[in-house]
Design a protein around this ligand. Structure first.
Ligand code: F6R
Length: 613
């Protein structure tokens, strides 16, 4: 996954590209590059300096030609070819006139490369992308204008792409196209933009348009026109964008992660807003699926990855308990390859912050192919997942920039629990009074998160004493289990320390062998129904020398006797605890990562949106 940006017709081409690349770095930052076109000449600069790639590129660009009115830029997350400057985008054809940037994977690149080599093309990188530059070169040599050359080149490729192509001999034109990987087009008077996402061009463009799969767009100073793969004209749909730029900035915090952790009360509140009609029914305006269809659901399957998977695991407990439906949770990257059974009445819920995670999209596509109805839970309006699903519920967490997901998780749990209550309402598995009381509890979550945030000093004090620790186990029972999994994921992502999440009852079946002095066990003990059992598990690890940090409710008067450190949270219905208990675990990971000098927003080897399988 990579970030792409392009501009044509601008007096501020270089500044636009560099600023956009900075905002796109969350999509990958192994290397970065720019190509500018002027008077029949293509100028290119590329750097491979890891997290400093865009900064290094800025320096390189001091030598860029002045007054270039069009250009393209790329920030890379390496798939084919090491993260080195020669594999950084843009890639050029043999003549050096055609420049191309690409996000995605060209699956048949090896056979195309062989074919092009046999015809005399010289390759300067080992990327999959470069084949497209040479294909376009051949088609241009046959006299095709750039739009047609790109269109015909794309007929030859298999795989995923958001692509932008320039040719120095047609300097006022950029041709962009999309299949699977995200792409938006923006316009302002006399200028056209393209980017992987809206924030990259948010303060430059005044109108934004979505490009669909297999659409090709020709951008020029006069505007854009789009065609499909056959060359037939298509209209791009205009997007309603209500983000301001501040949403994409750090807002006074040291980094995006602490800003996003602090935004969690709002993320939950916004996600729950306006979801109830006067008569008490729960309603999702954007859910394009009828009550009758929801009533006919017989089984629910949730598919997701990473943090979203943990939110899905919480939802399993809620849907089963409240709506009395059988629920499975699948790792999205496994789902489509294991020949899943989709019976009549199966509802598949794809959970994805970005809505662009290819594993999740492929899983929901597979489910649709097998006849399931698909609901997307997405944080990004008009994301690919949202568009392809039969129905969508948007979390309203706002733009999440930090690679480690935080506010998206609590918003996903809130949205999924609301959906669980809607299913219960339709299936009449809870009384109106029970639903009312649970809804009240759900609305209180936001305030409880704020309380936990106000105690952040307690977590920092614990973290300060643990900077030498290397091994962590996170344990919990019931919904405390997915909370433990998510706590462990946060810790390993941003501290690079070993951390595992376990169902507390499972420890004795193997992992207990690893518990010894020096190991830290973080126990989620807030579930009132499981309290005695989890305390026994804590005693088991304590007896083997572990240091125990407990996340415990304010009214727990037993925990101090068994834990070394206690972090307190307000007590709620167990089903809501993941949204509250995860906060001290995020803060613990954050505080340790800062103490260890890690880059919390951009952990090594990761990227915010994973658009490769
Ligand atoms: C972890 C994290 C990832 C994502 C995963 C799915 O902090 O951010 O595990 O949760 O890559 O991403 P989405 O939700 O965009 O599908």
């Amino acid at each position: 996954m990579c970030g792409i940006i392009g501009v044509v017709g601008s007096d501020e081409t270089l500044a636009t590209l560099l600023q956009g690349l900075q905002r796109l770095e969350y999509r990958g930052y192994d290397s970065a590059g720019i190509a500018l076109v002027r008077a029949g000449h293509t100028w290119r600069a590329r750097t491979a300096a890891g997290t400093e790639s865009v900064a290094a590129l800025r320096v390189e660009c001091e030598a860029a030609p002045q007054n270039c009115r069009s250009g393209i830029g790329h920030t890379r997350w390496a798939t084919h070819g090491a993260p080195e400057a020669e594999n950084a985008h843009p890639h050029l054809d043999c003549s050096g006139h055609v420049a191309i940037i690409h996000n995605g994977i060209i699956e048949n690149h090896a056979e195309l490369r062989e074919e092009l080599r046999a015809r005399g093309h010289l390759f300067t990188s080992v990327t999959d992308t470069e084949v497209v530059a040479h294909l376009v070169e051949e088609l241009r040599a046959r006299g095709l204008e750039l739009l047609d050359a790109v269109r015909q080149a794309l007929l030859r490729v298999r795989g995923a792409f958001a692509i932008a192509v320039m040719d120095a001999s047609e300097p006022d034109v950029i041709v962009a196209a999309r299949r699977i990987s995200p792409l938006v087009v923006g316009t302002a008077p006399g200028v056209c933009y393209l980017a992987s996402d809206v924030p990259a061009i948010l303060d430059r463009a005044t109108a934004f348009y979505a490009v669909n799969d297999d659409e090709i767009v020709r951008l020029g100073p006069e505007g854009f026109r789009a065609v499909d793969l056959e060359g037939a004209p298509v209209r791009l749909r205009q997007l309603q964008i209500d983000w301001d730029l501040e949403t994409a900035e750090k807002g006074g915090y040291d980094d995006f992660m602490s800003k996003e952790i602090a935004e969690q009360p709002d993320a939950v509140r916004a996600t729950l807003l306006d979801r109830r009609r006067r008569d008490g029914t729960i309603a999702f305006d954007e859910l394009r699926i009828s009550d009758q269809e929801l009533r006919e659901v017989r089984r629910v399957v949730l598919v997701a990855c990473g943090t979203s998977l943990h939110a899905a695991q919480v939802a399993k407990y809620a849907i089963e308990r409240w709506a009395r439906l059988s629920v499975d949770v699948d790792i999205a990257s496994e789902y489509r390859y294991r020949d899943p059974v989709v019976e009549i009445g199966t509802l598949v819920i794809g959970v994805s912050q970005s809505g662009e995670t290819i594993d999740t999209i492929q899983a929901t596509r597979e489910a649709q192919r097998r006849g399931a109805r698909v609901v997307a839970i997405s944080n990004i309006v008009d994301s690919s997942l949202a568009r392809e699903a039969d129905a969508v519920i948007y979390t309203r967490a706002g733009l999440e920039v930090s690679v480690a997901s935080t506010k998206a998780f609590v918003a996903q749990v809130a949205a999924l629990e609301l959906l669980a209550l809607r299913l219960a309402q339709l299936r009449e598995t809870l009384t109106p009074e029970e639903i009312e009381s649970l809804l009240e509890g759900l609305h209180d979550v936001s305030g409880h998160i704020a309380t936990v945030l106000s105690r952040r000093g307690d977590v920092d004090a614990v973290a300060a004493q643990l900077l030498d620790a290397h091994d962590y186990f996170f344990i919990g029972r019931h919904v405390g289990f997915p909370t433990a999994l998510e706590g462990a994921l946060k810790l390993k992502e941003i501290t690079y320390l070993h951390a595992e999440g376990y169902a507390a009852g499972e420890l004795k079946h193997g992992p207990l062998a690893l518990i010894e002095p020096g190991v830290i066990v973080v126990a989620v003990t807030t579930d009132v129904n499981m309290h005695e059992k989890i305390l026994s598990n804590v005693a088991e690890v304590k007896a083997r020398g572990a240091t125990v940090i407990a996340v415990a409710t304010d009214d727990d008067d037993q925990i101090d006797a068994v834990a070394d450190f206690v972090v307190r949270v307000p007590a709620t219905d167990p089903m809501f605890t993941p949204m509250i208990d995860i906060v001290p675990l995020q803060l613990l990971a954050y505080s340790l990562a800062r103490g260890l000098g890690r880059n919390v927003d951009r952990p090594r080897n990761l990227a915010k949106t994973v658009t490769v399988e």
